[in-house]
Design a protein around this ligand. Structure first.
Ligand code: 8YV
Length: 314
């Protein structure tokens, strides 16, 4: 038997990552929904590293089924499906790819501007022949100078604020953790923030107990001219309440990159003209994907050559 380190790749990963790892390690590819231990068979006893995406994550039962597991390298930054408590108890290092924040912040701006200025709505309207038929397009609403509320003043929230400041926006935020290094005014609840915002951006990382952080009450507080943007996680939003809010005009519109049950997006959202929908691509630029590939592979390589990971979760 070869003395190469054995790894499990769980779920769909980019070919470049799989190729790079397979050149140096023995790689076992396992489907996202598979019983990992069963799929690995006897290799479960030997696997020392896992590579997977945050949307798949690594649960405690999977960690327990791999007695030699040392490192979990995630393709992204979301941690909600990886059991960090179990990892800490077992001394398993978890790494992420903290190289994507700029692109995610850019996408939040794109979505907000698209909804308010009716960019893709205008594109649809033109392609449908309405312009050629002599009709007038509906007016959008101004983006620059408006009030922006940021839910979650972490790394993405901060980068987003920097971008919105360039559009002369009045920025405020809500974050349960204090952000003393941030000059923007904090609100003590998300509902108060929403009430004082024209654009409400969900940038929270999302932890235990934060399911439906954005609910019908918060959307009602945002109001009929307000635009909601989510580049974080779908499960942080009460999606039924969101559908109701965009369909009934409780809010003005929404720009969404993430959904509760991806890739399934409620039909009512797909039909709504005041909504812009993206297939979870906020970090999906050519440059960032390359950086993510490299970061994920480098973490594994570094761990097994030097005993140190490069971007471990603290
Ligand atoms: C990625 C993400 O698109 O970092 C995350 O947690 O959700 C996204 O950046 C995703 O990880 C790709 O699978």
């Amino acid at each position: 038997m070869s003395d190469r380190v054995e790894l499990a790749a769980i779920g769909a990963l980019r070919p470049a990552v799989l190729e790079a790892l397979a050149a140096e390690f023995t790689l076992h590819e396992v489907g996202a929904s598979a019983d990992v231990a069963a799929a690995l068979g006897p290799a479960a006893e030997r696997v020392r590293g896992i590579v997977t995406s945050p949307m798949v994550g690594v649960s405690a039962p999977v960690m327990d089924a791999l007695p030699k597991l040392e490192i979990v390298s995630l393709f992204g930054v979301g941690l909600e499906r990886t059991d960090l408590t179990c990892a800490r108890e077992r001394g398993i290092v978890v790494t992420t790819t903290p190289v994507l924040y700029e692109d995610v912040a850019d996408t939040a701006v794109v979505l907000a501007m698209d909804v308010s200025r009716r960019v893709t709505a205008g594109d649809r309207w033109l392609r449908a022949g309405s312009w050629a038929a002599g009709q007038q397009p509906a007016s959008g609403s101004r983006f620059s100078g408006k009030r922006a509320g940021i839910l979650g003043m972490g790394r993405i929230g901060r980068m987003l604020a920097k971008r919105l400041a360039a559009f002369d926006m009045k920025i405020s935020y809500y974050d349960p953790r204090p952000a003393p290094d941030v000059d923007y005014p904090p609100y003590s609840t998300g509902v108060e923030l929403a009430r004082e915002s024209d654009f409400l951006f969900l940038c929270a990382a999302g932890g235990p107990g934060q399911r439906h952080l954005v609910d019908g009450e918060m959307l009602a507080a945002l109001g009929p001219q307000g635009v909601f943007v989510n580049i974080s996680r779908g499960w942080l939003v009460d999606e039924e309440a969101l559908v109701d809010a965009v369909v009934t005009g409780t809010i003005g519109g929404a720009g969404l990159d993430v959904f509760d049950d991806e890739p399934n997006v409620p039909q009512a959202l797909r039909e709504a003209d005041n909504v812009v929908l993206l297939p979870h691509i906020a970090s999906n630029t050519f440059e960032t994907r390359q950086d993510m590939d490299r970061c994920m592979v480098d973490n594994i390589r570094s761990w097994f050559t030097t005993g140190q990971a490069i971007t471990p979760v603290p």
